[in-house]
Design a protein around this ligand. Sequence first.
Ligand code: PKZ
Length: 157
Amino acid sequence: MSKKAFQDSYSAEFSHCYGCGRDNPHGLQLKSYWLNDEDKTHTIAHFTPKPYHTGGVPNNAYGGLIASLLDCHGTASAAAAAYETQGRKMGSTPVLRFVTASLSIDFLRPTPIGEELTLCGKVTQLKDRKATITLSLSAGNMLCATGTMTAVRLKSE
Ligand SMILES: CCCCCCCCCCCCCCCC(=O)SCCNC(=O)CCNC(=O)[C@H](O)C(C)(C)COP(=O)(O)OP(=O)(O)OC[C@H]1O[C@@H](n2cnc3c(N)ncnc32)[C@H](O)[C@@H]1OP(=O)(O)O
């Protein structure tokens, strides 16, 4: 995908996150996008787990990996929605950066390794510094996990 991901607009100091930092060679380097140019209410990301992302059973992904993916997709979705609401280009200053305050996940079924996963997000509420995001992770048409996140925008200082 040649489009610019939300995480590509993070400044250098915020680009070392294990889950989505483009400058972390050991990390997952997740990339999140709007679902499409017309729909700036839903977000999407893809990730294919490697064999070493196993939770112990060879073909199933580690739950912490799933949490990491939802974590980074959720905070990126919150930031993108906040910029969109203000009618601003993502990455423009003052920076709108969100961290996870709470994340709850339902692991519905084992998540396969070696298959491309699709992460979806929707910011259902955005109020002052607090965002609520609903999240899902699927393999093909199989819904493997859902999540709800509260993300809080960092104070500028
Ligand atoms: C490690 C940090 C790095 C920073 C560098 C920047 C990173 C750049 C982004 C990079 C992208 C990658 C991101 C990956 C995602 C992570 O993995 S982030 C790491 C995991 N998360 C953390 O470490 C966060 C730790 N917690 C905190 O720092 C603080 O508790 C928080 C979340 C910033 C909130 O503190 P605060 O600013 O004092 O918030 P406060 O003013 O009390 O509350 C604001 C609002 O949020 C609500 N709220 C606060 N906490 C909660 C909660 N736990 N549950 C529900 N609501 C809450 C309050 O009720 C309030 O709501 P309203 O009253 O406005 O309705």
